[in-house]
Design a protein around this ligand. Structure first.
Ligand code: SAH
Ligand code: SF4
Length: 468
């Protein structure tokens, strides 16, 4: 989400006539887009701002802006600790970034934080890093209240973007050669809940199809447009070959979504389902709304409906009150699911969240680090094993470019989102689809041989135009 906001900020600045600079030294404007989900981002920001102070002293015309949810949370601290910052803005006014810079140039440093978005930031220009693939935000904010999480406080309540607008955006992307889209939201399976609440009890307005989609308006008026309907509609768009999404919440993951993943070829057979903990007691104090068994049942149902499904997750270790026994349950569950990969985090207290107040139950850093290491080993074991099962298979990859480590190799992503390195003498444009034979497996990637390019990239490459 945060990276996608960065793309929007970059897009706005470019529309305003700016060009990407090679380094901080070459830049007239530097925007740091921050995230406060875990604590280490705080430390990084102040370190970075410290480095920039010297640059600002040398070149007073340089403008420095800090945006994102950490800026929103720590607005006063940033002002105090880094008075050389020109603009501080939050997650709800990304669209005003360039205007704020202009205002600050005329009137001096300013802070503008809105508590809620005025409008869905959908129409903002975007500078996409990979032109063949695009993120599409389908929902902002979150209505859950996980005890560890700062997202609801900084991103606000859940707001879904109108159905028809999303489908239209993907159609536009596809007509520009984008073939892979990732639908983004904090809780994608509750997509549309707020849209329906707006319509309930009132006559359907003329634009209801735009708001909630055709399948909903054709008679399911008591329900809501389902995320699975959206997956289907997006997959039907000509040119779209791969559809991904992140993240579903285990308590809201519906069979309809699993069925679409199993039935619709464009929807990749990869489920990222954040677990957080394998202990029922910890899940309850986190307010996650499911038990370990319910989580296992969802995975079993998904695996039954979706052939060759890859499952990845997020896990937190050292949540306040987590005992050895609770942690063992997480290890057991991770081993039982055999995750293809996982993002693992040491619990990080976030100010204002419920769990941050449980100071007397904090787990020591040493214990948390040791647990993290044990969990890492379990995850890496299943990850390596699952990669090994791919050896000998033909996999479709979308080419991402030359390998950073070895320029004789190209890298690509499979439908499971596994990274494959394969030798290729001729350059194949990023965004092309190719078949590879998987010849080797490591913990974090596969090795392969190119069989054939099946679909060359279609997106247009932007040619930089120098201004005179
Ligand atoms: N909406 C998504 C999660 C978004 S945050 C969901 O509910 O699954 C991404 C991940 O960051 C979370 O899944 C969690 O594992 C991790 N995370 C969030 N807050 C954290 C905290 N305070 N400490 C450590 N990890 C955290
Ligand atoms: Fe945070 Fe929970 Fe919402 Fe995810 S579902 S964003 S973890 S509050």
């Amino acid at each position: 989400m945060n990276e996608h906001d960065s793309e929007r900020i970059a897009g706005l600045l470019e529309t305003d006539g700016m060009e990407e600079a090679e380094s901080f030294d070459d830049a007239d404007v530097i925007v740091l887009n921050t995230c406060c989900i875990r604590e280490n981002a705080d430390n990084k920001l102040y370190g970075q701002l410290g480095n920039l102070k010297k640059l600002k002293e040398e070149r007073p015309d340089l403008q420095i802006a800090v945006g994102g949810c950490l800026a929103q949370k720590d607005r006063e601290t940033i002002r105090e600790r880094a008075p050389h910052v020109d603009v501080v803005f939050g997650t709800h006014n990304v669209g005003r970034a360039t205007e704020l810079l202009t205002e600050a140039r005329a009137n001096g440093p300013l802070t503008e934080i809105l508590e809620e978005s005025e409008a869905f930031p959908s129409a903002l220009p975007v500078k996409r890093d990979a032109n063949h693939a695009a993120w599409v935000t389908i929902q902002i904010g979150c209505d859950n209240s996980c005890a560890f999480c700062i997202v609801p406080a900084v991103r606000g309540k859940e707001i879904s973007r109108p159905y028809g607008e999303l489908v239209e955006e993907v159609r536009q992307l596809a007509s520009n050669g984008v073939t892979e889209v990732t639908l983004l939201g904090q809780n994608v399976n509750s997509y549309g809940r707020d849209l329906t609440l707006k319509l309930r009890g009132s006559e359907l307005p003329d634009d209801s199809e735009l708001l909630v989609g055709r399948s909903w308006t054709q008679g399911r008026h008591t329900a809501r447009p389902l995320f699975s309907d959206l997956l289907r509609s997006v997959s039907e768009i000509e040119g779209i070959r791969r559809v991904r999404y992140t993240s579903p919440h285990p308590k809201d993951l519906r069979v309809e979504t699993m069925d679409v993943m199993g039935e619709v070829p464009e929807v990749c057979e990869h489920l990222h389902l954040p677990l957080q903990s394998g202990s029922d007691q910890i899940l309850a104090s986190m307010h996650r709304g499911y038990t370990a068994n319910k989580y296992l049942a969802k995975i079993a149902a998904a695996r039954q409906r979706i052939v060759d499904l890859a499952v990845t997750t997020d896990i937190i270790v050292g949540f306040p009150g987590e005992s050895d026994d609770d942690f063992e349950k997480t290890l057991e569950l991770a081993a039982a699911v055999q995750f293809d990969n996982a993002f693992t985090f040491i619990y990080s207290p976030r100010p204002g969240t419920e769990a941050a107040d449980l100071v007397d139950q904090y787990v020591s850093q040493d214990v948390a680090a040791e647990r993290m290491e044990r969990l890492r080993q379990v995850i890496e074991r299943s990850s390596l094993h699952s990669n090994q099962t791919r050896v000998g298979l033909h996999e479709e990859v979308i080419v991402e470019g030359r390998s950073k480590r070895d320029s004789a190799m190209l890298t690509g992503r499979t439908r499971h989102n596994r990274l494959v390195h394969f030798p290729a003498q001729n350059n194949i444009r990023a965004g092309s689809y190719a078949q590879v034979l998987v010849t080797g497996a490591r913990t974090f990637n596969l090795n392969g041989e190119l069989l054939e390019v099946t679909a060359p990239a279609k997106h247009k490459t932007r040619i930089p135009v120098a201004s005179s």
